[in-house]
Design a protein around this ligand. Structure first.
Ligand code: UGA
Length: 362
């Protein structure tokens, strides 16, 4: 593929451009390349500073519209970040979650297979399923996945994402790469309930909201689950390593067998993107965020309310379930792309929380 960063005739389509990861990717594309951007989303409030940029065109739409899908697939590189991806919605809105995470990406993948675009599809670390507290590293091409029963509708999202991956991998002629994010954090993540969104955001925004409002942080089932939080800046660096490698790749979409045999480049591959060194339990995350907030505000941490434990069902509703540990193997990204996440947890949390405090106090 010819995707040189200095080629101003290239346009990248970013679906979900107005979201958390999309807004960081947009900034990086404009700063690091001469490409144009075709950004699609349902809102663009995070992109106020970019709305009139000469290299950007924005479309307020979603992938339910087949004309929009066709239009997106005309560009040589398509990054699909669009998804409903907040766990609080997986229970009450399972069908909408499945449409957003399977039907829409499948339609886009079909259109990209026809047009010859390279589809970089954002999946999730949640496709590894209901991982136990003692589970080891999750490997892209060999770790089996176990999910909860159909009554535990928490898994509506993960199973839709997994089916989307399988559909993409099964489409003949599609040049694809799947990205599995491991709990990205950074400025612009999610929302503050009652201000720019409703319901329960993911843990970083939820804890940040509670700290700003002087409320106790809620530890679901005691906060024993562990996650490897990864800075969104590392995620963007991963994407640039990927684009770079895609440019030097042959341009021929290899079949899955040759990809799995390790002789492919970046096409027909799924990559974990995470930072194993940033593993922390949610209770430990709460302690770190309280300490950082106290520092940002210049108060003693003992002045902040103590965290409270709540049951998952009490907090999220019937059908909630959890993965107890999500530890990525990152060997494949290192081997094929020379990529390794670098930003330590404390740095990522401090940046995120400082941004949150400033943004929502305006
Ligand atoms: C979610 C999505 O489902 C994934 O698709 C997505 O990839 C992932 O976030 C991510 O950000 O990468 P999860 O890790 O469960 O998965 O998301 P959170 O809502 O951030 O929850 C993390 C842990 O914190 C869970 O154990 C949850 O029960 C707990 N939690 C959450 C609390 O203890 N308190 C809260 O207020 C919120």
């Amino acid at each position: 593929m010819n995707l040189r960063f200095d080629d101003n005739s290239i346009t990248v389509a970013i679906v979900g451009c107005g979201g958390f990861i999309g807004s960081h990717l947009l900034d990086a594309v404009l700063e690091r390349t001469r490409w144009r951007v075709f950004g699609v989303d349902l809102d663009f409030y995070r992109l106020q500073h970019r709305l009139n940029h000469e290299r950007c065109e924005f479309l307020c739409a979603d992938l339910a519209d087949s004309a929009v899908v066709e239009r997106i697939a005309k560009f040589p590189l398509v990054v699909n970040l669009a998804a409903i991806c907040t766990p609080s919605r997986y229970m009450g809105e399972a069908c909408e979650v499945i449409r957003s995470n399977y039907d829409h990406p499948a339609a886009l993948a079909e259109a990209c297979a026809k047009s010859g675009s390279w589809l970089v599809h954002f999946s999730t670390s949640e496709i590894y399923g209901k991982t136990a507290a003692d589970s080891g590293e999750l490997l892209e091409d060999s770790t089996p996945a176990v999910f909860g029963p159909v009554t535990a509708s928490r898994w509506s999202y993960a199973t839709a994402k997994l089916l989307a991956e399988r559909y993409i991998a099964g489409l003949p002629d599609l040049r694809w790469t799947v990205v599995r994010p491991f709990n990205f954090v950074g400025p612009y993540m999610d929302f503050m309930p009652g201000v720019d969104g409703e319901g329960i955001p993911r843990v970083l925004a939820n804890f940040s909201t509670a700290l700003v409002r002087g409320e106790p942080l809620k530890l679901v089932n005691g906060g024993r689950a562990k996650r490897c939080f990864t800075s969104v800046h590392d995620a963007v660096d991963f994407l640039f390593a990927l684009f770079d490698a895609g440019t030097s790749d042959s341009g021929v979409a290899p079949d899955a067998a040759s990809a799995n045999a390790g002789c492919a480049g970046v096409f027909s591959q799924a990559f974990n993107v995470g930072n194993p060194e940033n593993e922390v339990s949610i209770a430990e995350l709460a302690a770190k965020m309280r300490a950082i907030f106290a520092k940002v505000r210049g108060v003693d941490v003992s002045m902040l309310p103590e965290p409270q434990s709540v049951s998952g069902e009490e907090y999220y509703g019937v059908g909630y379930d959890d993965s107890m540990r999500r530890m990525p193997s990152v060997a494949k990204a290192e081997r094929l792309l020379g990529f390794k996440a670098r930003i330590p947890l404390d740095v990522a949390l401090e940046e995120s929380l400082a941004w949150f405090v400033k943004h929502y106090s305006v």
